[in-house]
Ligand binder design. Sequence first.
Ligand code: ADP
Ligand code: MG
Length: 627
Amino acid sequence: MALQITLPGQEGSGRVVGIDLGTTNSLVAYVEKGEAKVIPGQDGGIVPSVVTLDDSGNIVSVGVHAKKNALIDAAHTVYSVKRLMGKSYTDVQKESGMLSYKLAPREEGLVRVRIGNREYTPIELSSFILKELKDRAESYIGETVTKAVITVPAYFNDAQRQATKDAGRLAGLEVLRIINEPTAAALAYGLDRKKNGIVAVYDFGGGTFDISILKLSDGIFEVRSTNGDTYLGGDDIDRRLMELFLTQINRIEPKFEPTPEDLQRIRTDSERVKVELSTKNEATVEMVFAAQNVSYKRRITRQELEMMAKPILERTRKPCLDAMADAGLHPDDIDDVVLVGGATRMPAVKALVQEIFKRKPNDSLNPDETVALGAAIQADVLAGGTKDILLLDVTPLSLGIETIGGMMSTIIPRNTTIPTKARETYTTFADNQTGVEVNVYQGERDFVKDNRHLASFTLKGIPPMVAGLAKISVTFLIDADGILHVTALEEHTGLSAEVEVKPSYGLTDEEIERMLRESIQYAKEDIVGRRLVEAKTEAERVTNATERVLGQIRRHEIDIPEDRLKTLNINQLIDDLYALKKAVAGDDPTEIKAKLDLLEKSTEPLAQEIMNASVAQALEGKKLEEV
Ligand code: ADP
Ligand code: MG
């Protein structure tokens, strides 16, 4: 099954890094002189997990810029792609209405995102984010980066892990190991403090919730149990706020039909309000939808937010209790509860954790960085750097096969330390039967229909014999990445039966091969050429927008008082605009980026002014409801 393609720059050793590929934010870290650190950048090295693509499939931007693009070009901007990893269209259909980009309806296989005329798997989209992190690391370290440890939520199933690994491969990274986010966090926590004892890691991010309980003893990090929900996070709270705001806007203006950009705007404001309410008691949203002549303003208190968030936060309680029960522990047995993930900054989360574990949680680590730092440490261990550390992780979900009546027969129970192996013996039911079909599932329910179908495989080439005589032993191996491998052997003949695994939610080898081939072609293309296309696209977007606004001011379609206009330094703005246009006519991407930055800076006061003006205008429109 393994595919051997050497990507350009993948020969030789190169640096190893640790990557936290988050639903909302991603980071890359590495170990230097025995110390783990995050590759710095804007916002402390946090790269929003957002990608903007143009109609012909070029990457326009990744990260902060892409996040901004979501407000003006929602249909081309993809976020929260991690929520789609390893999922089918049916799995995610429910929430597709809340996304501002399009999913392509499909009967089976992986869900795909449609942008322009092209469709992308979540694997490809994630690989764009990973590639950006790789590039950043390379330009910061000044060496090629070829190998990485990538983290996933502990509760990710086989398909989601496989998808993450494939994304790494597509980005030109050899994925040394997939490790669980809370385990990585514990590694960073434990190493830092040289602590021993039982630690619970409560990781509440944008899209996923994880709880893991570990035993730390002299460099051995042993996961005792893990639990969680891959569909639970700060995003859900944003969505609750969005629903509230949308309902109220619709009450003011029943005909209000939000464009994808409007939805994005509401989403951004919802998140901002939520974040503000972690430190303040009150926050305000003020939104103007000029095209529909609707404006909306609302004050919201922390108490209101907490009431809305409560049912969401409460959903983290049972996984915590189950994890303790699985580990055979009580809150008293736990020495420390570590908080990880941006959403744990909410006071209500801290209070809930304190209630569940009956102790004040430890919020001394930077909840954004811990996972990436732990991944970097594990990467360094695997590369032979850091010594005397051993990670013993577990499989979060039971693995089993379908038996008579659609029942699940568990082969490897959840919370088994990985890597782990189990063997089952099969036989034939009919004389001269030469094939047996096996269906593999992951999950905890009694009936397979309630669990996740991982793969079907057929044992073929069994020598013809009397029914029941053949003895085919099948080995299920869960590797250190938490991914399943299957091998089979017919015991009488010693022949290895052929195993044909058809993952239900993965890519076929052919698909991966094609994508890799495409990405190699892509990589071989002149890198400067690609940067140039990206820079030009971005520059054109900004010059067009600026010229449009300048025209509107000239035609007095936007009303800015004369004296205010003077303070905005329009002449400088126009100079910067022409400087950018001149740069765009040339072919130096660095020059274009530099001029683009200048123009963006000089348009900032104007943008602010226009926002204020349109708010004022809309306020006059008397469509305001102060609730
Ligand atoms: P992920 O691991 O899913 O990428 P992060 O750990 O980066 O996520 O957390 C992102 C989530 O944390 C988002 O929902 C974001 O709104 C939320 N968040 C970040 N800072 C705060 C804060 N100060 N208060 C409340 N929520 C926050
Ligand atoms: Mg995270």
